[in-house]
Design a protein around this ligand. Structure first.
Ligand code: PLP
Length: 470
């Protein structure tokens, strides 16, 4: 393909994408194919001879679309949202064209510098304490874009682990590293995302899941008691995950309480606000961040709810040196003569390679402005409220946990089996898509406002569909 052919193909692709997004509501949100379908449609080997672009374009509808779950359909209400917008798409096109691998400042200065600045812009929009901002903390704190919230948790846990091992090597010189390692323990609530326990597995440390309160929120006392008990048994607590906006029900852990406990105990607090973090650009939701000054790291996914495409997971650290010290391997071929004057993001993450992801933030923040993004968040929260009003209007249903932001957890009154059967029927009809969660034995159906294209008529459509399935 040469540039003239690319121009023609790119125009066709853009037209295809526009048509896809404009008519996505008419597509069946869940696919009807069976596992293995793609092997029935495509050859088992790569083509020996070049093919025409037109054939590939034609195969998108024939081969790919039948197997796509349409996450951006206004009828998609499963999981949590994933971002999508025209400016973000444009930025990813440019990022792919530049195609740099910005592991050091020298490997592409714009990639590093725009990221540092965008993380400051975003941090200021959330009103994060100055210690998390690169400019305000003179580079001690700062932000980095990770691939996912799971990776952000793992990176911070590994940094905290290294820091703790170093501390205990100095405190207890008679202990071998393996003796320190087997004592290390981290905590999260019983509502924390599965990626937290997985990070502990990958880090090779013990994990204790702590009971949340009646509102599914983890309290300072539960953390305090667990730490005391574990210390009495000779363990070394070193890391606590605070979830703001849990996956099952969007509950908020008590960051301020847990913060005070961990400050006293010198334990790293990592805040996982993967979904809810976007809402903190609105002052009315920022109270959930009370105590953020006590956290060591804070993460949320603009790629979930801020109209930025996957992948863009924003992580801030109070002391970036903790990461750099933990992951600093310095081969000659990666060094450059400006490294004392700038930062190299390769030390802040697990992989070496990294895409030019900050372009997405830059384009989106400029096209919508902070006010446009707040409008988006507020609109989606209002749509969730409209859905919960509909549920309340039908006394066969109940909402057993307080609805938060764009999520409503509802169920049919009575036995769990009734709601399980209902959800099965809903998803079998494939007109809308919802997923369940289980809250201390109570089976609920999660209704999340996901697509930026969702309007009140789609919420009403979903509600009618749900009632037809009862
Ligand atoms: N943490 C929470 C609270 C989540 O809700 C999710 C996903 O929905 C994750 C972490 C995982 O996010 P990621 O896919 O970015 O790892």
């Amino acid at each position: 393909m040469d540039s003239a052919e690319f121009r023609r193909a790119a125009h066709q692709m853009v037209e295809y994408i526009i048509e896809y997004m404009e008519n996505i509501k008419n597509r069946q949100v869940l696919p009807s194919i069976e596992p293995g379908y793609i092997r029935t449609l495509l050859p088992g080997e790569a083509p020996e001879n070049p093919e025409k672009w037109e054939n590939i374009l034609g195969d998108i509808e024939r081969v790919i679309m039948p197997g796509v779950t349409h996450w951006h359909s206004p009828h998609f209400h499963a999981y949590y949202p994933t971002g999508n917008s025209w400016p973000s798409l444009l930025a990813d096109m440019l990022s792919d064209a530049i195609g740099c691998i910005g592991f050091t400042w020298m490997a592409s200065p714009a990639c590093t510098e725009l990221e540092t600045l965008m993380m400051d812009w975003l941090g200021k929009l959330l009103d994060l304490p100055k210690c998390f901002l690169s400019e305000e903390s003179e580079g001690v704190g700062g932000g980095v874009i990770q691939t996912t919230a799971s990776e952000a948790t793992l990176v911070c846990m590994l940094a905290a682990k290294t820091k703790t091992i170093q501390k205990y090597r100095a405190l207890e010189p008679q202990w071998k590293e393996s003796e320190i390692l087997e004592r290390l323990i981290v905590y999260g609530s019983d509502q924390a995302h599965s990626s937290v326990e997985r990070a502990a597995l990958l880090a090779g440390v013990k994990y204790r899941s702590l009971q949340s309160n009646r509102e599914y929120s983890l309290e300072g006392n539960a953390v305090k008691q667990a730490i005391k008990k574990d210390r009495d048994e000779g363990l070394i607590p070193f890391f606590v995950i605070v979830t703001l906006g849990t996956t099952p029900s969007c509950a908020f852990d008590k960051l301020d309480e847990i913060g005070s406990v961990c400050e006293e105990e010198e334990i790293w607090i990592h805040v996982d606000a993967a979904y809810a973090g976007s809402a903190f650009i609105c002052p009315e939701y920022r109270h959930h961040l009370n105590g953020i000054n006590l956290a060591d790291s804070f993460n949320f996914n603009p790629h979930k709810w801020l109209m930025v495409h996957f992948d863009c997971s924003a992580l801030w650290l109070k002391n970036s040196k903790d990461l750099v010290d933990a992951f600093n391997i310095d081969p000659v071929y990666l060094r450059h003569d400006k490294q004392s004057k700038t930062l190299d993001y390769r030390h802040w993450q697990i992989p070496l390679g990294r895409r030019f992801r900050s372009l997405k933030l830059w384009f989106v923040l400029r096209i919508y402005g902070a006010e446009g993004l707040r409008k988006h968040i507020r609109k989606q929260c209002n749509l969730a409220k409209a859905f919960s009003d509909l549920v309340h209007s039908d006394d066969r249903f109940e909402i057993p946990v307080q609805s938060q932001l764009g999520l409503v957890c509802f169920r049919l009154k009575g036995d769990n089996e009734l709601s399980k059967e209902l959800l099965k029927r809903i998803n079998e009809r494939k007109k809308i898509h919802l997923v369940p969660s289980v809250l201390r034995g109570i089976y609920v159906i999660r209704f999340a406002v996901c697509s930026r294209l969702t309007e009140i008529e789609h919420v009403e459509f979903a509600w009618n569909e749900i009632r037809e399935c009862v």
